[in-house]
Design a protein around this ligand. Structure first.
Ligand code: TYD
Ligand code: MG
Length: 455
């Protein structure tokens, strides 16, 4: 009998290598290769199967392209990130930290769909039927007609999907599902990839919309993960601090809609409720301005959000630390270098910590100016004036570049009672906005000068 052949699979990208290496040859990640047993390939018998019958070749113009019909889930914020609703045969991956509300949101969405007369199925691999029922009670859905299956074996789940033909099915979670065809443990990269591939195929052939729940590792990636992101149509991530009640759901990939759209929810005693006007929820409430805090207006997705950026600059040791929560750390290092070179503000011997309040993750560079102003404010121990905010991207040459849709950002801040702003020159409005004093700047040193003059 042939000996089992061991291969090494990357837990990040799923790439294979015949021997152990410190660095994955496929994605370059370090220390991610884990031993697994090579699955016997079906080679030999059906070597020419691929040649047997192929789909007809068609001219692009002759193919009927009907826009996919969307079914709204009845939860406006969820529909917003989904691009209008669920799509027949679409596969959605929804990731997030444990306890952030994935199961809650999906149960609420399924119940709403069931009420609209859709046929739904909730497959739970983590909780028993009784636990799901308990959650439904808590959500006030005692009479829910959602069908529940507590199962983790892929073949059985596929058989149930086949038999029940639901229009929407939730698999909670993909890491608990395992296939008998593979020898590796549930949750391993090979299992997750294989199971997701089978479920995706089932979705495409039956027209069922399948929503996969995925866990996130400590590093913030979906466990077993990138492979899944390629396979599915839509990837949504839950963000936010589990200690605060607000949750963001962000679309990071969407074949049927816009990416970077965000939905905002509040976790209440009775489940997640959409927040339709979220612009002010990420501001912490200081009665008087404090040093090291600068408000910015971020515009990810279609709505502006005001977020407070906090910085703490404190004397550090020989190798000072740069830490950021919710912002990119490499970007922080770059901003500190620009601050030093172009504005003469040195933090070489200081620890620098920055944080976006409320667990939001800001990826757009328009946060740069606010980060810099928060850092200098902390360093000087001087608060920025009351009602102050800033936004704008900063380049390596010290220039301040405009942020997209600046007018919308300014108007939103003015609406919330903000009164002083430092913004990129190109974002300065032609017509004055009532109640708002705008300082338009072209360079970092100019921004620093303005702030010094303000107090
Ligand atoms: P859950 O949906 O189980 O998270 P996940 O599936 O992402 O792991 O969310 C559980 C958390 O939400 C838990 O800490 C309790 C809280 N919660 C509420 O605050 N209100 C509710 O109505 C429900 C159902 C849960
Ligand atoms: Mg759960």
């Amino acid at each position: 009998m042939a000996k089992d052949k061991n291969i090494y699979t990357c837990s990040e990208c799923g790439g294979n290598s015949p021997k152990w290496l410190g660095k994955c040859p496929a994605c370059g990640a370090w220390n991610t290769l884990v031993e697994s047993v090579a699955e016997a390939g079906g080679a030999g018998k059906n070597r020419f199967a691929a040649l047997a019958s192929t789909a007809a070749v068609a001219v692009l113009a002759d193919i009927d392209a009907v826009d996919r019909e969307r079914t709204p889930t009845g939860h406006e914020e969820l529909d917003r990130v989904l691009g209008g609703g669920i799509v027949e045969g679409g596969v959605v991956l929804i990731g997030g930290d444990p306890g952030i509300g994935k199961s809650t949101l999906l149960l609420q969405a399924l119940d709403a769909l069931q009420r609209m007369g859709r046929h739904t199925l909730y497959v739970s691999g983590e909780e028993s039927g009784a636990q799901v029922a308990l959650r439904a009670r808590r959500l006030g859905l005692e009479q829910s007609q959602v069908r529940v299956l507590a199962e983790i074996q892929l073949e059985k789940i596929l058989a149930t999907l086949q038999a029940q033909q639901p229009q929407v099915a939730v698999i909670d979670s993909i890491q608990t599902v395992y296939s008998e065809q593979l020898t590796s443990a549930p949750g391993s990269v090979a299992q997750v990839r294989e199971c997701a591939a089978h479920l995706t195929r089932a979705a495409k052939s039956s027209g069922t919309c399948i929503i996969l729940v995925g866990h996130v590792t400590k590093e913030g990636a979906l466990a077993g993960p990138r492979v899944l992101e390629h396979m599915v149509d839509t990837v949504l991530y839950f963000e936010g601090d589990t200690h605060s009640s607000f949750r963001l759901v962000r679309a990071i990939k969407n074949r049927f809609g816009a990416v970077n759209e965000i939905g905002v929810f509040a976790m209440t005693e009775r489940g997640l409720k959409g927040v339709s006007n979220p612009s002010a929820i990420f501001l912490s409430q200081h009665s008087e301005p404090v040093p090291g805090s600068c408000v910015m207006v971020t515009l990810e997705g279609s709505r502006p959000l005001l977020v407070e950026i906090q910085a703490l600059v404190d004397s550090g040791g020989p190798s000072p630390r740069r830490l950021s929560v919710g912002l990119d750390r490499d970007r922080l290092a770059m901003l500190l270098a620009v601050l030093h070179r172009h504005a003469g503000v040195a933090c070489m011997d200081q620890d620098v910590f920055v944080n976006a309040v409320g667990g939001v993750r800001i990826s757009e560079p328009a946060a740069d100016l606010a980060v810099m102003l928060a850092i200098t404010s902390s360093l000087r121990g001087r608060a920025l004036p009351k009602g102050f905010f800033a936004f704008g991207e900063v380049g390596l040459a010290g220039e301040v570049r405009p942020a997209p849709r600046g007018q919308e950002r300014l108007r939103e801040a003015a609406k919330l009672g903000f009164s002083v702003a430092v913004v990129p020159k190109a974002n300065a409005p032609k017509k004055a906005i009532e109640g708002l004093t705008i300082h338009a700047v072209e360079r970092v040193e100019q921004a620093m000068q303005v702030v010094r003059e303000l107090g």
